[in-house]
Design a protein around this ligand. Structure first.
Ligand SMILES: [Fe+2]
Length: 180
């Protein structure tokens, strides 16, 4: 289940309802998928063949189509990152730069863990959302953020997109950015 850490104050928010209420207040969508839908042999697998990625998409087909129908996503795929990923260190360095997109960034965590660092309302500042399997989040269009891994260093996630131009990361230089 997701957990929030507000960088300014170190305050933590736990528990599904508290997390949802906080995130909704920040304009961030938060939902949950039933992790038992994932076939057992894919629950702890971080190097995936194309067929295995398709199996994940089939397992969550109803959830994906429901989300896409409500929010206009046209395409979706599966991304897997782990120490087996070539150049993971360099990728993480690239990831950990605050940026924006011209569409919302939605991720459904299928396995492992990830962290979205998001710029909240002025009174909140930056906060971390630690995500586990089943957590679904969407960072609003134009909202500064970045994604990184936890010390576990592995994640599998479904990504949904509206159109390719919206995926481009636009760097966001922010003097107010609070390092962890
Ligand atoms: Fe992003």
């Amino acid at each position: 289940m997701a957990e929030i850490r507000i960088r300014n104050t170190g305050e933590r928010i736990t528990g599904e309802e508290n997390v949802r209420e906080f995130l909704n207040g920040q304009g961030v969508l938060y939902e949950h998928w039933d992790t038992s839908k994932l076939p057992g042999h894919l629950r702890d697998k971080y190097v995936l063949s194309d067929e295995e990625k398709n199996e994940i998409l089939r397992a969550y087909d109803a959830e994906i189509r429901d989300l896409a129908g409500r929010r206009g996503y046209q395409t979706w795929d599966v991304v897997a990152l782990s120490d087996a990923t070539p150049n993971l260190e360099e990728l993480l360095k690239k990831f950990e730069q605050v940026h924006t997109h011209t569409e919302d960034e939605v991720r459904a965590i299928v396995a492992g863990e990830g962290i979205f660092v998001i710029k909240g309302k002025p009174e909140t500042g930056y906060f971390d959302v630690k995500l586990n399997a089943g957590d679904v989040i969407s960072v609003p269009e134009g909202n500064p953020h970045f994604f990184t891994l936890t010390d576990l260093r592995r994640v599998v996630a479904v990504r949904l997109f509206i159109e390719p131009s919206g995926w481009v990361a636009h760097p966001y230089e922010d003097p107010e950015f609070q390092k962890a």
